[in-house]
Ligand binder design. Structure first.
Ligand code: ZN
Length: 502
């Protein structure tokens, strides 16, 4: 073994150790959210805190600094996987070490408290309760972006931790174009005065039957139950422990089966991604998605582009109706399809349809950018929210619980996260067009139930690479294109035009 080989094996063992801590943390998080007994929660939180501190310390240790110092100068001699691994470790190291340790600790304490205050403020609809915390969070972040550094826009330093290498200058033209087209389309749809009759969905389906339905639909899209499981939670999520253990949860709303069905398709999309990453990347931080945006592209792909499409249900509606039970015998495919594609501006982002959804993101993106830039102050935020909501969605929340307080992201300090949801929608539409170019007629693939071929394409072009490449690189490799709003604009127009007769 050469000296370099020896060093590399120590480095790999070191990062594997960090991954083992992360697996333990993920399992503890899953357990906390899926039914850990309430009396155990506070002791568990302590244990989570200790393990998190240890793994954080390893990421910023002198040992890590030594590894990076030795491996970076010999980059050219390293294989692709090791080069990407060094890049990732460097990113994490810099991100954490550039902030004075004491300030970072204060920030963690602040956001932990802010989240519980936010919860109370939201329940009471009282922004003033939350305001001092949000003011401090914004102050911290304005300070942090200076430590991290940026070229043009301070917001870029925040965006970079969720969408590496993507800047506001990349996003702005895409969002502008999508915004224009979406506002026009939503206006035309509203102008028809048409709303689908969704009363058929508002009948009770027992949780057991919903669970069976969810297992079935996961199976249809290719979820591997030998390497994963499905559980029930209030807030559905996907969490990955290791390549053979990828878990999803969903929620069974007794009076509307759509909730369980589409959240399991969404989380199932995230899970297919994780189940498809090359196991060679396991034991390293590359065994994860390329970015939040790419991850979201996979969940939206299965939830919306497949799961809310007509050809998919032309193939599977009969089976679905049969599984729903005899009381659903009268429901027609047309009613079902219209009912899962009801478009109307609303106040709550997480309940928005796929057309108006991005408008909720534009609103948040503009406001959080202005807060970081200092052109908007927290005290003026609720009013700014109402104005933007009126301008973009044409609806204004009565209270702040349905407005500025509705999402947890700002309370947890996650500024720069929101745009990744819309990036996910944009990437997904680009992937869909690329698949149609490679495999032939999209509708035909879905109608014939050729989901295996679609999944194989995604595995081959996206999933297996994990975090080897930055998101835009990965997108270019998969589609041969730069990021663009046109595929999503075309998709929305071609789908909703006929559906609403506009
Ligand atoms: Zn998601």
């Amino acid at each position: 073994m050469t000296a370099l080989e020896q060093r590399l094996s120590q480095f790999y063992a070191y990062v594997a150790r960090m991954q083992h801590y992360r697996e333990a943390l993920a399992l503890m998080a899953w357990d906390l959210r899926t039914g850990a007994p309430p009396k155990g929660v506070s002791a568990r939180a302590e244990a989570v805190g200790t393990l998190s501190e240890d793994v954080f310390a390893m990421a910023v240790s002198e040992r890590m600094e030594e590894f990076l110092g030795e491996l970076e100068p010999v980059r050219e001699q390293l294989d692709e996987r090791t080069r990407a691994l060094v890049r990732e470790c460097r990113r994490e190291f810099d991100r954490n070490r550039k902030i004075p340790r004491e300030r970072y600790r204060e920030f963690v304490v602040l956001t932990t408290r802010a989240e519980s205050v936010w919860e109370e403020a939201k329940a009471k609809g009282d922004f003033l309760l939350f305001r001092p915390y949000l003011e401090q969070i914004v102050t911290f972040l304005r300070e942090f972006v200076e430590y991290w550094g940026y070229e043009e826009d301070p917001y870029d330093a925040l965006l970079d931790s969720y969408e590496p290498g993507v800047r506001t200058r990349d996003i702005d033209p895409l969002f502008r174009r999508l915004r224009e087209e979406t506002v026009r389309l939503v206006g035309e749809i509203a102008g028809t005065g048409r709303r689908p009759d969704t009363s058929a969905f508002l009948r009770s389906v027992p949780p057991d039957r919903q669970r069976e339905l969810c297992r079935w639909v996961l199976d249809v899209i290719g979820f591997d139950f030998e390497g994963g499981r499905l559980d029930e939670t209030v807030h559905p999520f996907e969490i990955s422990l290791n390549p053979g253990d990828v878990r999803v949860t969903t929620r069974y709303e007794p009076g509307d089966v759509r909730t369980a069905l589409f959240s399991v398709l969404h989380e199932g999309g995230h899970a297919l991604y994780e189940q498809g990453i090359d196991p060679d990347l396991a034991g390293t931080p590359l065994w994860t998605g390329a970015s939040m945006g790419i991850h979201e592209s996979q969940s939206r792909f299965w939830e919306n582009l497949v799961g809310r499409s007509l050809p998919f249900w032309e193939r599977y509606f009969g089976e679905l109706r049969h599984r729903l039970g005899p009381e659903w015998a009268e429901l027609t495919l047309e009613q079902f399809y219209a009912g899962i594609n009801d478009v109307a501006p609303s106040l709550i982002r997480t309940e928005a349809d796929e057309v108006t959804y991005n408008l909720h993101i534009f609103l948040r993106y503009d406001l959080e950018r202005a807060l970081i830039a200092g052109s908007l102050e927290v005290r003026d935020l609720p009013e700014a929210w109402r104005e933007q909501s009126r301008a973009l969605l044409g609806v204004v929340p009565e209270g702040d619980a349905e407005g500025v307080l509705q999402d947890v992201h700002w309370a947890s300090g996650s500024f720069g996260y929101f745009p990744t949801y819309t990036l996910g929608n944009l990437y997904a539409a680009q992937l869909r067009e690329a698949i149609a170019r490679d495999l032939g007629d999209w509708d035909g693939l879905l109608r014939e139930g050729e989901l295996g071929a679609v999944l194989r394409w995604l595995r081959d072009r996206i999933h297996r690479y994990g975090k080897l490449f930055d998101p835009l690189d990965l997108l270019r490799r998969a589609t041969g294109e730069e990021p663009s709003a046109e595929p999503l604009v075309r998709y929305l127009r071609n789908k909703y035009g006929p559906l609403y007769g506009v």
